[in-house]
Design a protein around this ligand. Structure first.
Ligand SMILES: Cc1ncc(COP(=O)(O)O)c(C=O)c1O
Length: 398
């Protein structure tokens, strides 16, 4: 019997089981245990009327199989795999809106998503109002006659805020419009958006779902009608996924649950350690009591607060530069969610285009570091971070 989620929650398989098995057809003797990559753009078609198979359409066998696995992991009716996270977001938004329509989005968004909403969609006649999701009634107040969707992310980049999707869902339900949520930083292990009233969940599969920093991919999960509509946009705008990438994504999904639990544990250990160091002015981790959304994270993310830890070193940008130069195990690179620990400074990456003053207002002063905690041994990570911090407090150094 093929393994899927849904139905009676008491008998539904767990996430590790789904990550390994969901979506696969039952095997017969002689079949490979590992799914085959069908590296073919097109397929022989006869006179049978069962639809054209073409890899850009998203119906290559591995695309369909991994789509079913992602749907099972999210507890969704259906899912589609696309060529990137931005492809997933764009296909979803384009499927829900047309010229003259309006979107309400939380103000803290991944940089490219913000640019899409703020600069690109207006060129197509679609406008967006950005709201502070913590402001009471903000979602409801921003609704207009032609509002077609609400959009949010959690945890956010790089301050790791955890807005409550239930507030957005309450506003959206009153109007019968969908809530779309980017849960890339959370993964289905840590956050269950569809159980919190979200209608459509998107991920950059480049991050935790793939988990090894070796693919660019995206997914959309939700009701079958919404996935069909997003798939249609994927076909027309050409955001389809390559079969080999999808195969690698499947390989990543097999270990998603164990990896994310290790990321959670390591990140908590690292956050606690950094919190105790005098060279560190502030640690932002939803798993620490000092985080503004700690209580909400405990409620909505019971398995763990994720693998991302942000912190600010004393001494500003110069100190942050010296700190990262002194790291030996943790590597300096953008992106996140892979098995290896990566660190970046938003002032050089995601928030490069903003002035230092604007970044400060957003809670990202110079000296701010964003750490994607990998699955190495926590003691080794702490030792590396600790010795780099020691360098900051040596005599003669600021
Ligand atoms: C939260 C979030 N959403 C979407 C994306 C875009 O994903 P991709 O690079 O796979 O297009 C990213 C990339 O960093 C991200 O961090």
């Amino acid at each position: 019997m093929a393994i899927e989620s849904g139905g009676d929650p008491t008998s539904a398989p767990g996430l590790s089981t789904l990550g390994v098995h969901a979506g696969a057809e039952p095997g017969k003797p002689g079949d490979p245990v590992v799914p085959a990559i069908v590296q073919s753009a097109t397929f022989f078609g006869g006179r049978r009327d069962d639809g054209l198979l073409y890899t850009r359409y998203g119906n290559n066998p591995i695309q369909l199989q991994v789509g079913r696995k992602v749907a099972a992991l999210e507890g969704a009716e259906a899912a589609v795999v696309l060529g990137s996270g931005m492809g997933a977001i764009a296909a979803t938004v384009l499927s829900l809106t047309e010229a003259g329509d309006h979107i309400v989005a939380a103000r803290d968004l991944y940089g490219a998503t913000r640019v899409l909403f703020e600069h690109e969609l207006p060129r197509r006649g679609i406008s967006t109002t950005f709201v502070d999701p913590e402001a009471p009634g903000a979602w409801r107040r921003a609704l207009r006659k032609r509002t077609r969707m609400l959009y949010l992310e959690a945890p956010t980049n790089p301050t790791l805020r955890v807005p409550d999707p239930r507030t957005a869902a309450a506003a959206a339900q009153a109007r019968g419009i969908p809530v779309v949520m980017d849960a890339t930083f959370a993964t289905p292990v840590n956050l269950r958006p569809l159980e919190l009233g979200v209608d459509i969940v998107v991920h950059s599969a480049t991050k935790y779902l793939g988990g090894h920093s070796d693919i660019i991919g995206g997914v959309v999960a939700g009701p079958a009608s919404a996935i069909d509509a997003a798939t249609e946009m994927m076909k027309l705008y050409g955001a389809a996924a390559d079969p080999h990438m999808v195969w690698l994504l499947d390989r990543g999904l097999r270990t998603l649950d164990v990896r994310v639990r290790r990321h959670n544990a390591n990140a908590l250990a690292v956050a606690r350690y950094l919190d105790g160091r005098r060279e560190v002015r502030r640690v932002l981790y939803p798993g620490l009591q000092s985080h503004p959304d700690h209580a909400r994270a405990r409620e909505l993310m019971p398995a763990g607060a994720g693998g991302m830890v942000s912190f600010v070193v004393r001494g500003g940008g110069g100190a942050a530069d010296r700190f990262v130069d002194a790291l030996r195990l943790v590597q300096v690179a953008p992106s996140l969610g892979g098995v290896e620990s990566l660190i970046s400074q938003p002032r050089y990456t995601s928030h490069k285009g903003l002035s230092a003053a604007v970044r400060r207002e957003l809670g990202i002063p110079d000296g701010f570091l964003r750490l994607s905690v990998g699955i190495e041994d926590a003691d080794d990570l702490v030792a590396d971070l600790g010795s780099a911090l020691d360098r900051l407090s040596r005599p003669g150094r600021r």
